[in-house]
Design a protein. Sequence first.
Length: 313
Amino acid sequence: MKQIEIMKTFFPKERISSGIITSRTWGTFAVILAFLAMTVTHGLAQSTAPQAANASVPKPDDVKPTPEQQSIIAANTAVPCDQPAVKIDANFKNRGTLNPNFAKPDGRFMDKHQEFLARGKQGPIGILFLGDSITEGWNKSGENVWKDYVEKYRAANFGIGGDRTQHVLWRIQNGELDGISPKVVILMIGTNNIRYSAGEILKGDLKIVEMIHAKLPNSKLLVLGIFPRAFPRSDDPAKGRVKADREKIQTVNQGLAKLEDGSKTRYLDIGGHFLDTSGNIPKEIMPDGLHPNEAGYQIWSTAMQPLLDEMMK
């Protein structure tokens, strides 16, 4: 009976009622049935396949770092400030999505390192800036100031955002100062080590200074005091984390000041130029309380220029 009902859909009613069903008709009917069966089967496969695939892929919230990944991150975090360490990508998730590069050498860090190695082979460097995002910012917010005041010295910028002393040591150890001989190296590093003690940060900076002089015996070194910070902006500058950070930075800078020898190693603390009369960092020069904008880089350049001109003679 089901066959007759289906046939009524495809064949004239009079042919079925009269019993005129030829072998050709049955053949056509068989082809139609086969087509319908294939269509239904394909549809079921399409509807169930994604469900099966989705069932086998865990949600990001359900995935945790493996013991091996946790060990890598813990070991990297535990490296002392005066020891070299490659920067590790510590972001387990990126905007809610699992990060496939988690616990591996940071991709941007490695790309910048290769860029610096290549720059060293391109030609003479008169002044070398070495540091973290504040130094790297010369190529961003400070770009115009760089062109007006710094570029004339055949300057090169070896700053990488997020770098700690450990990362700069690793970069030096892995060839960034090889084959170059700048007249002056300008170093500022340590603000990203702020969760370490002042003594530990100072050890890291002193080790970098030692390695710079060992790698570049004919270069002069200008060590800049770590800039004051008010990060995050929501904190009260007179208390809490900002106050503690300022005091720690001041202690580190007091230790760095002892490097001044009037010749090969000079020290300059221009942090006061970024503070108003109340000791606050105006948003007009450091919008986030940590990174200078163009006005901030202009202040930096102006404050540094007299000593830099002297060192370039």
